[in-house]
Ligand binder design. Structure first.
Ligand code: PL3
Ligand code: FE2
Ligand code: FE2
Length: 231
């Protein structure tokens, strides 16, 4: 029988794999924790969506628990200090926007950028994950599409009023994403994930989101590659 392309066996228990996993696993745990907090904070800016946002924040709490179990399963201690620094820029920008009631910027950071980043990363991770982590991640990624959808729907409903702030928030935050991807590039490759695949998947998710919200193809081309060469 002809063989399908088979990726080289990954040794999930090697020192090299577990060392890289201690950072990637921490990033995902911290990302889910911050997402949990961000959706709670969004209830203050969007009180009419309070119940829905609380529901999303609870899902993020469950995602965090799932990924903590993935680390324990491989006997890896997540490097949470590293992960906090990894998210510091986006975290700062979200906090600053929340303090100034700039809900559009908050939604762009959490529901578009972070959720698209997560969807891309989880989709690329699933085929190269260990069996335990694959099952967890498959469940999580389904939820992330609903979080992305929440942001899309709200921004779409208010497109004319939010367009300008979205463009500014995109210019402020997208270059940070490219830098974050460069920072995890080596560790991600150790886990069997290529940076090019992550960038491509992110661009597809993010471009689709911008299109659903109401941007033209021309806008999307300009916005979704903003700052990529500076990475
Ligand atoms: C919000 O629901 C989730 C926020 C998590 C963001 C994760 C970004 C991950 C980038 C690191 C790439 C490797 C992913 C490996 C997956 C276990
Ligand atoms: Fe999540
Ligand atoms: Fe999410």
């Amino acid at each position: 029988m002809p063989q399908l392309e088979v990726s080289p066996e990954i040794d999930f228990h090697s020192e090299t794999y577990r060392d890289a996993y201690s950072r990637i696993n921490a990033i995902v745990i911290e990302g889910e924790q911050e997402a949990h907090e961000n959706y709670i904070q969004l209830t203050e800016l969007l009180p009419e969506h309070k119940d829905e946002l609380i529901r999303l924040s609870k899902m993020e709490g469950r995602h965090k628990k799932g990924f903590e179990a993935c680390g324990r399963n491989l006997k890896v201690t997540p490097d949470l200090d590293f992960a906090q620094k990894f998210f510091a820029n986006l975290h700062h920008n979200f906090q600053e926007a929340a303090a100034e009631d700039r809900v559009v910027t908050c939604l762009l950071i959490q529901s578009l950028i972070i959720e698209c980043f997560a969807i891309a990363a989880y989709n690329i991770y699933i085929p190269v994950a260990d069996d335990f982590a694959r099952k967890i991640t498959e469940g999580v990624v389904k939820d992330e599409y609903t979080h992305l959808n929440f942001g899309e729907e709200w921004l779409k409903a208010n497109f004319a009023e939010v367009k300008e702030e979205l463009e500014a928030a995109n210019r402020q935050n997208l270059p940070i994403v490219w830098r974050m991807l460069s920072q995890v590039e080596d560790d991600a490759r150790t886990l069997g994930m290529e940076k090019e695949a992550l960038v491509e998947d992110f661009m597809i998710q993010y471009g689709e989101a911008l299109s659903n919200i109401g941007f033209t193809t021309r806008d999307i081309m300009r916005m979704s590659a903003y700052g990529i060469s500076g990475s």
